[in-house]
Design a protein around this ligand. Structure first.
Ligand code: 5GP
Ligand code: MG
Ligand code: MG
Length: 182
């Protein structure tokens, strides 16, 4: 048993559960993209950790690229504003692209990204969301093609997810203790 970080109130997904989920996503993508040489796009920074694990579970040739966008500030609520901080290096015309997202909440970030990428005439655009928040009162703007797990509508940290840039390195997904929010 791994020592729990003192700021974490509860674990939502353990390291073992995460590994199983990511292996499952990798197997699906391997099947669906055999011989398609997809471009796997990591949406920085949150998806960096899951992308690194996911690509090693994809057993067919791929290439990788990275984008950085920002929709959240340092806090825990969406600003509704999406900014491109880093664009792709790759031309995606005619390519099959798979966008890897850490967590899908309102879907604002992703719907913007999908529109932008589609305007560059790729062969296809798919979304692999590691986590999808269960939203009772609203709908997400995007339905991902691949979903790792549905999670409760709480603010999560770990496995790439930050609070004020902290906790990305936790190997599990958890909820912070209330006193850890500034
Ligand atoms: P959306 O645009 O779907 O509302 O928000 C997507 C982005 O917001 C995610 O890629 C992630 O960076 C951030 N986000 C959404 N929910 C959470 C959460 O529970 N914890 C953390 N740390 N970030 C989140
Ligand atoms: Mg993200
Ligand atoms: Mg963040």
């Amino acid at each position: 048993m791994v020592e729990l970080h003192p700021d974490i109130e509860k674990v939502v997904l353990s390291e073992d559960q995460i590994a199983e989920i990511v292996a499952g996503l990798g197997a699906q993508i391997t099947r669906d993209y055999a011989d398609k040489n997809p471009l796997v796009i990591c949406v920085l920074k949150g998806a960096a950790i899951v992308t690194a694990d996911l690509v090693r579970q994809i057993k067919t040739p791929i290439t990788m690229d990275f984008m950085a966008v920002s929709s959240y500030g340092d806090g825990t609520t969406s600003s509704g504003v999406v900014r491109i901080l880093k664009d792709l290096d790759t031309r995606i015309e005619g390519r099959h692209v798979i966008i890897v997202e850490d967590i899908l909440d309102s879907g604002l970030t992703l719907s913007y990204l999908i529109r932008l990428l589609k305007s560059r005439n790729p062969a296809s655009v798919a979304v692999a969301a590691f986590l999808v928040k269960d939203l009772e009162d609203r709908e997400s703007a995007v339905s991902p093609h691949y979903v790792g797990a549905h999670v409760p509508n709480e603010f999560l940290v770990g496995y790439g997810l930050d609070y004020a840039e902290r906790y990305r390195n936790l190997p599990y997904i958890g909820v912070l203790k209330p006193e850890c929010y500034l």
